[in-house]
Design a protein around this ligand. Structure first.
Ligand code: B1M
Length: 228
C-alpha cells in the first residue's frame, strides 16, 4: 500500500511526512504526473505544510533529476517528463500555498530572460509571490529586456523579477538594469534577479537591487520592497 492510501484513509501518523515526501519525489522522478498530483493533494488535505511538500517532495525530486541529467544518466525527454510532473504538482499545490495570502500588496512583472526557456524556478517564484498576496504579471520565457520594462510601466509594477538558468543568458539581466537606469526609473522600479547561475556578486556587478537564492526568499524580499 502506498503512503498516499494511508493519507486517504486518515492514517497519517507522526513521522509519516518524510515518507510522503519521498513518495512524491519518487513519482516526480518517474514523471508520473497523475500520482504526483494525487499524492500532493492528499498530503495538503491531510494538513502537511504545503511549503514542505514543495521543497522536501517535489524540489528534492527535481534536484535528483538535475544531478542525473548532469551525469548523462538521463536525457532531455526524461527531464521534460519530470518537469511536466513538477508543473502539474505545483499547480495542484498552488491554492494551498496561496491560502495564507491576503489582498494584493503591489505588482510584480516576472519572466525568464531572453534566450532561456527554463521556467520551473520562475513559476515557483511567481507562486510564492502570489502566495504573499502580490499581483504577478507573468511574461513567460525568452523575455527581452525591453519587454520587462514596457510591461512594468504598462502595469504600474514596482518590481521586475528576472530568472535565468543558463550562464549564456544571465547577461540579459544586465540589459534590464541598464534600461531601468537609462529611463531614470531606479527610484520607482526595483530589479530582483535569481536562478541557479546567478550570484550576489553578479547581481552587484550589474546593479540589480536584490538577489535571492530561492523562491521563498524572493517573495520575502519583494514584500520588504513593497512595504518600504
Ligand atoms: Co536545462 N540546463 N537546458 N533544461 N536544465 C540546466 C540549467 C543545466 C544546469 C543542466 C546541467 O548541465 N547540469 C544546464 C545549464 C548549464 C549552464 O548554463 N552552465 C542546462 C542546459 C545546458 C540546457 C540546454 C542548453 C541543453 C541542451 O539543449 N543542450 C537547454 C537550453 C534551452 C534554453 O533554455 N534555451 C536546456 C533545456 C532544458 C529542458 C527544456 C529540457 C528543461 C527545462 C524545462 C522547463 O523549465 N520547463 C531543463 C531542465 C529541467 C534543467 C534542469 C535539469 C533543472 C532546472 C530546474 O527546473 N530546476 C537543470 C539542472 C539543474 O538545475 N540541476 C538544467 C528546478 C528549479 C526549481 O530550480 O530554476 O534553479 P531553479 O530555481 C530555483 C532557484 O534558482 C531560484 O528559485 C528556485 C528554488 O526556489 N530562482 C530564483 C529561480 N529564478 C529565480 C528568480 C529570483 C529568485 C530566485 O528572483 C527574481
Amino acid at each position: 500500500m502506498y503512503i498516499a492510501d494511508n493519507i486517504y484513509e486518515g492514517r497519517l501518523t507522526i513521522g509519516m511526512n518524510e515518507q510522503v515526501f519521498e513518495e512524491i519525489s519518487a513519482y516526480l522522478q518517474k514523471g508520473n504526473a497523475n500520482k504526483v498530483k494525487e499524492t500532493v493533494l492528499a498530503a495538503a488535505e491531510a494538513g502537511i505544510d504545503p511549503e514542505e511538500i514543495l521543497t522536501k517532495g517535489m524540489l528534492s525530486g527535481m534536484d535528483i533529476i538535475g544531478e542525473k541529467f548532469k551525469k548523462n544518466e538521463i536525457f532531455v525527454p526524461e527531464v521534460l517528463i519530470a518537469a511536466r510532473a513538477m508543473k502539474i504538482g505545483t499547480d495542484a499545490l498552488k491554492p494551498y500555498l496561496a491560502k495564507a495570502g491576503v489582498q494584493a500588496k503591489g505588482t510584480v512583472v516576472i519572466g525568464t530572460v531572453k534566450g532561456d526557456l527554463h521556467d520551473i524556478g520562475k513559476n515557483l517564484v511567481k507562486m510564492m509571490l502570489e502566495g504573499k498576496g502580490i499581483n504577478v504579471i507573468d511574461l513567460g520565457v525568452d523575455v527581452p529586456a525591453e519587454k520587462f520594462l514596457d510591461s512594468a510601466l504598462e502595469n504600474n509594477a514596482q518590481i521586475i523579477c528576472c530568472s535565468a538558468l543558463l550562464t549564456t543568458t544571465m547577461g540579459e539581466m544586465r540589459n534590464v538594469t541598464a534600461l531601468v537606469k537609462e529611463r531614470g526609473l531606479n527610484d520607482k522600479l526595483k530589479v530582483m534577479v535569481g536562478g541557479a547561475p546567478v550570484t550576489q556578486a553578479f547581481a552587484d556587478e550589474i546593479g540589480a537591487d536584490v538577489y535571492t537564492q530561492d523562491a521563498a526568499s524572493a517573495a520575502q524580499e519583494a514584500i520588504k520592497i513593497l512595504s518600504a
